[in-house]
Design a protein. Sequence first.
Length: 234
Amino acid sequence: MGAADDTRGGTEPPALRRGDWERGAASRAEVAADRIAAMVAEADQGARLGTKEELRTACGVSVGTFNETLRLLQSRGLVTVRPGPGGGLFAAAQSPMRRLGNSVLALDAHQPDGAGAQEARRIRDALDPLLAEDALWHASPAQIAELRGELADLAEAAREPDPAAFAAADHRFRTRLAALSPNTLLRSLYATLLPVAEPDAAEQLQERCERHTALVDAIEIRDRVRALELTRFD
């Protein structure tokens, strides 16, 4: 059943976990967007997901955070909003590319022992050189500074080590990197893979952090050979 059914039935959907709240409003919006994206993946085209208030309550976020969630969902072409009685959020018409992305979201549910997450990660990592190539051409100084801003959270999580915090910071870093690409198809597929891909093991966090840092350095000085080399993570 959808979020609206759960709310009317009196069963409170689980709110975001404490760790999610501690990662900042932007991160909470992304977590909520991922939750609703999963609902869209299971819904028929045009299906009603619930009212804004029902879905906000289901995600356990503030009005301001949910507005950012809604912006993220609309930018990904996942939902449409209809006003008035009977309105709310509806699963948007799906392009062939979006249907492919939603199929990727379902991988984890249909393969045993996290095999879907492993496959999603392989595809995601194979797209990294394309994103690096686009970043080399299009990243402005301000955007490079934003990428560097995400590196601080990555470094802190790697020092702990805290795989869950690192995975959240890695998601934010990759989201910023993908946003530099003018290729809508690439951005869409990559964004779909991010919440599904298997996270790094604890012993890999420091190496991954160092590679991300070196990648930003290479992008800043437009060192294509170095940037592409750093995206090939064994």
